[in-house]
Design a protein around this ligand. Structure first.
Ligand code: F0G
Length: 451
């Protein structure tokens, strides 16, 4: 590893170690906290390793027209800001990143926000934001000579890990909570050849078991406790800043599960700011499902100084997590940027998801918490119409087709969950109809559907 350029710093006690010295569970040997990757050269203003902002912006744009496959990656295009490999020739890439930033036309009108965008991370090779982190950490696994990699997952990490392991020629082990992950995601892990174990445990139980396993066998842990995952996952911050010509949006809204993504995006914007590539950081807010809201509680009850795990329940299975590993990092991001941490109900998630679908974009339920959270923030007067807001949509709509179909058929939500929102929900439902195979019958279905 290129330890001259990077080291790991414990976010608890500040201990610094070479990258190769991390324990298999990526916890600090002294205080048990997580590490983050740090680049000491950047701190020395005139140091040789300190990147030059103007030259970097030019180089990153040029790479978009390059013939090199590594330059086609929206992660490795920014490789000067993630010098974690001895050789970039070891990068395992599926051309991840470079995802679209879509204006949300109807929703922005309805909410009275002029500049509202969705950064659609579901448009990655395996359909979720996990690919940006997986390319980074899988490359480290390959460079360090591991044969096996593993993760616990609510579905997307496992899909992504299985794909990247297959590309790297490594074997992969997946631990998932039985019956609690969407079929699309499970099918991906199978298709890409992972050894998939469905356990009678929730995500938190799967992760704690895997932590034991990696201490007993030479298997590389690829959950977001692995700090190299977050190095890849910080790069959408660079793409967003680049898309706004290096003027960051006012507000970024991110779903919160295990809380690696919000931590990573915060790190990305923090580094851009520290290196002088942007003038400030955006406000970063994290939204959780009401049934899986340990960070919301922690921030409300003790300003994020401690976190009490909860038993998690939500149909947004990707974020069905009660004991998030990266909560300290995420709490720091919210606090340093002046963001908020809120939760939203099952009905609010379902409505927001249908509204994102009606924009022609679609996303998975966990991603829709961002729009549901934005609506709450608007209702609380916390966002003004002149602000530029970006929602981070984390997963593709096809990941959880059952959820979508159940919503449109009217079988997703219980009556008590819908209370007071029935008319909104009915207005969004577009159930498929059984129609006689004649032109007249099909045309009759269009009556009353204008606009
Ligand atoms: N959105 C989607 C679609 C996810 O799959 C996840 C997490 C999140 C949001 C939350 O991100 O954990 O970084 O706060 N999925 C993980 C998995 C846990 O195993 O696929 P986070």
């Amino acid at each position: 590893m290129n330890d001259n350029l990077h080291q790991l710093r414990c976010i608890g006690c500040g201990e610094r170690i070479p990258g190769a010295d991390a324990q298999p569970d990526f916890r600090c040997a002294h205080c048990g906290e997580l590490f983050e990757v740090e680049y000491p050269g950047w701190g020395q203003r005139r140091g040789n390793d300190r990147p030059n902002p103007g030259a970097l912006k030019w180089l990153w744009r040029e790479r978009r027209c390059s013939a090199e496959s590594i330059d086609h990656s929206g992660v490795w295009r920014f490789r000067e800001l993630l010098p974690i490999l001895d050789s970039f020739g070891n990068a395992v890439t599926l051309s991840e990143g470079n995802t679209p930033l879509y204006p949300l036309l109807r929703v922005s009108k309805a909410l009275g926000i002029d500049q509202l965008y969705a950064k659609h991370q579901g448009m990655n090779p395996t359909g979720s934001f996990k690919d940006t982190g997986m390319t980074a950490a899988m490359s480290v696994a390959k460079e360090r000579g591991f044969e096996w990699v593993a993760c616990a997952s609510t579905g997307n990490t496992s899909a992504s890990m299985a794909a990247y392991a297959a590309r790297a020629g490594l074997r992969s082990l997946v631990l998932i909570p039985e019956g609690k992950i969407a079929w699309g995601k499970l099918s991906q892990a199978m298709d890409y050849g992972a050894v998939t174990c469905q356990l009678k445990a929730d995500f938190d139980g799967c992760l704690s078991l895997l932590t034991q396993i990696v201490k007993e066998a030479p298997i590389y842990l690829l959950n977001s406790v692995n700090p190299y995952r977050l190095e890849g996952q910080k790069t959408p911050a660079f793409e967003i800043a680049e898309a706004f010509d290096w003027n960051v949006p006012d507000h970024l809204i991110v779903p919160g599960g295990n809380l690696g993504n919000s931590s990573a995006l915060g790190k990305g914007f923090r580094e851009l700011h520290e290196l002088g590539l942007v003038a400030r950081m955006p406000r970063i807010s994290v939204i959780q499902a009401a049934g899986a809201n340990p960070l919301v509680r922690s921030i409300a009850e003790n300003h994020g100084s401690s976190l009490e795990p909860v038993e998690a329940h939500t149909r947004a299975t990707a974020i069905r997590i009660g004991n998030p590993a990266s909560w300290r990092k995420a709490a720091r991001v919210i606090q340093e940027t002046g963001g908020w941490c809120l939760d939203v109900t099952e009905a609010e998630i379902a409505i927001a998801k249908a509204e994102i679908g009606a924009e022609g974009l679609g996303c998975e339920p966990a991603s829709a918490v961002t729009l549901a959270g934005l609506k709450k923030l608007c209702a609380q007067g916390k966002i003004s119409s002149s602000e530029t807001v970006v929602l981070v949509l984390t997963g593709h709509t096809l990941k959880d087709a059952d959820y979508t179909i159940d919503f449109h058929r009217g079988t997703l939500l219980k009556d008590e969950e819908k209370a007071g929102l029935e008319a909104t929900i009915e207005g969004l439902q577009r159930n498929a109809q059984v129609v006689e195979a004649t032109a007249a019958a099909v045309l009759a279905t269009l009556k009353g559907r204008a606009g």
